[in-house]
Design a protein around this ligand. Structure first.
Ligand SMILES: [Zn+2]
Length: 122
């Protein structure tokens, strides 16, 4: 389910599990009201009201729009256990989720800007 409209940079993140450099993406310092969707298939993933400034240089969210819209799996690629986050619809790699986020969820979804598209709420 590869969207032919993706740029090489977007394909590298979504299907080769790349990571964009911190503070490089278009959404880490972005505060409009709306919904972040999968750049590959358009599935709604994260809402702007769960976005917070983590200081990491990547867009960070405390929760997902709906359970099932993202999938979590164990990633041992760096020799430590991390939880990878992928699109529940198309399987595109989005980023990782960590257990050091704000209350009430305590979660920090650390997501690549390149894996996201933004739909503004009018
Ligand atoms: Zn998707």
């Amino acid at each position: 389910m590869l969207n032919p409209g993706l740029t090489p940079e977007q394909k590298n993140i979504c299907f080769l599990k790349g990571t964009e450099p911190p503070f490089s993406g278009k959404y880490y310092d972005f505060h409009e009201d709306g919904v972040y969707v999968c750049v590959n298939c358009g599935t709604p993933l994260f809402a702007s009201d769960t976005k917070f400034d983590s200081g990491t240089g990547w867009p960070s969210f405390a929760d997902v729009v709906a359970q099932g819209n993202v999938k979590k799996s164990i990633d041992m690629s760096l020799g430590v256990e991390r939880t990878e986050v992928t699109c529940g619809t198309c399987g595109a790699h989005l980023g990782h989720v960590f257990a050091d986020g704000p209350v009430p969820t305590g979660l920090r979804y650390c997501i690549n800007s390149l894996a996201l598209d933004f739909k503004k709420v009018e």
